[in-house]
Design a protein around this ligand. Structure first.
Ligand code: TEU
Length: 562
């Protein structure tokens, strides 16, 4: 397996709108990030992934781009970006940008021209179709944000496709001119010296030929299209063209948001020699707590054995073939300590346990802003406190059938994207030290208890634990390049796995429950000379009698070097 910097790196994801506001307008900005570079260096971060900062009307908080080569006014200027990049590099920190090329904003000049007339030269930059008779949409696809994936446009009497919000028209990747324009933009950013990209929603770019209706056995009004519409085989032609025309010519890092890619296709996507990306986010573990009704049908009885099965499948499946992007949180999913841990009595222990479990697997770990201090989900009382277009669409759909916020709030509390978008909690000051002005979205009310300042002062805090965990990962080559072997696959309380590299062995043991539980020492491993490298509880020497078994306290995690 070849050794390379992006395998040895720890990445920190910044959602700029909610990270740090330096200008006092209640919205995070580039200068706010600049002011926190030393904090990130101290944490042990090597790469920062910044969510979109390009010009945007913010229908989807920057994932609706109206100018790829300009900085969103609220976030600052291109000069401030150049300064941020230079200052990050001066500290040995790389910056990767978010690349959103499945769609643009409806305010992008390309779309303004495209919608102006059926004969406009840019008409075919997007996906336009006549409706079916009786005012029906061109097909039965559902938008990922609810409703039809088609929007009727009066100006030309046709519909345009939008797999996401109505203000995010899908680009037509069948159009060679579109691809050429995108590649030119990508190389423009790479020539500025950025260190790579996270490529957004990339598995959506290739649609099934003819845009046929999807099978609709349950006679739904619209059929969830996020998996069905994709033409996986055809997509690789475009992704290879993208790679060869841009990424391949630079010493950079790329990570594809490859929702829906199966392990049997992983080699094509992230293969060491011919992959189109260096690594990819797969999302199978993100639906482990989804009920039969999907994302909004939260199942609190999710099974640890299923989480272990999914993560282990990808660990073993990519071993020696590709590289995993490890994550439990991002700007689209709820906070992991609330979702997979315990944000009440065992908040501290479970946040540290989850960190231990995901960060010591094989792959590049991605820490989402606030995860390093155990930020939790939020439960706003009113719908007007929410901001996310996906949540607002869910509310509109509920309202249309006579439901109220009370009817859907538990689903929003469990799975809503705004759980991850409340302002970063820097201190116990007003607005959590994020801004001097009322923020664009309310701060989580628990900011006085959970914040950076408080945890910097506490050597036993979650923040200091992350620092030790990151340092351990950098000190132990087995933690990066070692193989992965799951132990006790069916155990519903303990997640235990072994990392091996030559004679090096790490044993990682995590109790995912609030119960004291017994860990039976693995027969294949000798406890003789076992060294406790890290744990989230103080471990008395007596507890170091490991064989034949030892006790694990609620949400206890331990890392042994064997
Ligand atoms: O998310 C992509 C996304 O939501 C889909 O891949 C989804 O996960 C899948 O289809 C199952 O529902 C990215 C960004 O992370 C998100 O914030 C944006 O809203 C979205 O693309 C549109 O740009």
């Amino acid at each position: 397996m070849n050794k390379v910097w992006w395998k040895e790196s720890v990445v920190y994801q910044i959602y700029p709108r909610s990270f740090m506001d330096s200008s006092g307008d209640g919205v995070g900005d580039l200068k706010g990030i600049l002011g926190k570079l030393d904090y990130l260096k101290e944490l042990g971060i090597d790469v920062i992934w910044i969510c979109p900062i390009y010009q945007s009307p913010n229908d989807d908080n920057g994932y609706d781009i109206s100018d790829y080569c300009a900085i969103m006014e609220e976030f600052g200027t291109m000069a401030e970006f150049d300064e941020l990049l230079a200052e990050a590099h001066r500290r040995g920190i790389r910056i990767i940008m978010d690349l959103v090329i499945n769609h643009t904003s409806d305010e992008h000049p390309w779309f303004v021209e495209s919608r102006s007339s059926k004969t406009n030269p840019k008409r075919d930059y997007y996906i336009w179709r006549a409706g079916k008779p009786h005012g029906r949409e061109p097909n039965n696809w559902e938008s990922i944000f609810g409703g039809s994936a088609w929007q009727f446009d009066k100006q030309t009497g046709e519909y345009y496709m939008h797999l996401f919000s109505t203000r995010q028209p899908d680009l037509n990747w069948e159009n060679e001119e579109v691809r050429g324009e995108l590649y030119k933009m990508i190389n423009w950013w790479l020539d500025k010296g950025i260190d790579g990209f996270r490529i957004d929603a990339i598995t959506h770019i290739k649609k099934i030929k003819g845009l046929p209706d999807l099978p609709n056995p349950n006679k739904k009004l619209f059929v969830p299209s996020w998996d069905g519409h994709r033409n996986r085989e055809g997509i690789l032609d475009y992704l290879r063209e993208l790679r060869d025309t841009t990424f391949r010519n630079y010493n950079i890092m790329t990570v594809g948001e490859a929702n829906g890619v199966e392990l049997d296709q992983a080699e094509d996507f992230v293969g060491e020699t011919n992959g189109v990306f260096n690594m990819m986010f797969q999302f199978e573990h993100m639906s482990v707590d989804h009920g039969p009704g999907g994302k909004w049908d939260y199942n609190p009885e999710w099974k640890l054995s299923e989480l272990k099965h999914i993560l282990s499948k990808w660990q073993v499946g990519l071993e020696g073939r590709g590289w995993n992007a490890l994550f439990l949180e991002n700007h689209d999913v709820p906070r992991s300590v609330s979702r997979f841990g315990n944000d009440g009595k065992y908040h501290d222990a479970s946040a540290k346990m989850l960190a231990t479990c995901f960060m010591l697997m094989q792959g590049t770990p991605y820490i989402y802003q606030g995860q390093e201090i155990g930020m939790t989900n939020v439960q706003f009382e009113e719908i007007h406190q929410y901001r996310d277009v996906e949540i607002m669409n869910l509310y509109r759909e509920a309202d249309a059938v006579g439901k109220t916020f009370r009817d859907i709030r538990e689903a929003i509390y469990a799975q809503g994207r705004d759980n991850a978008r409340t302002p970063m909690q820097w201190s116990g000051e007003r607005y959590a030290g994020f801004s001097s002005h009322e923020p664009w979205i309310e701060v989580n009310p628990n900011y006085e208890q959970i914040n950076v300042e408080r945890q910097e002062a506490d050597p036993h805090s979650i923040l200091h634990y992350y620092k030790r965990l990151i340092a351990l990962r950098k000190a132990e080559e087995v933690a990066v390049y070692g193989s992965y072997e799951l132990l006790m696959p069916e155990d519903e309380r303990i997640y235990a796995y072994v990392r091996k590299l030559g004679d090096e062995r790490l044993l990682i043991v995590c109790n995912f429950t609030e119960h004291v539980t017994t860990m039976r020492w693995p027969d294949a491993l000798s406890a003789k000379g076992a060294e406790l490298l890290l744990g989230n509880y103080e471990v008395e020497p007596a507890a170091l009698e490991l064989e034949p078994s030892f006790m694990l306290r609620p949400y206890e995690a331990r890392v042994y070097k064997l």
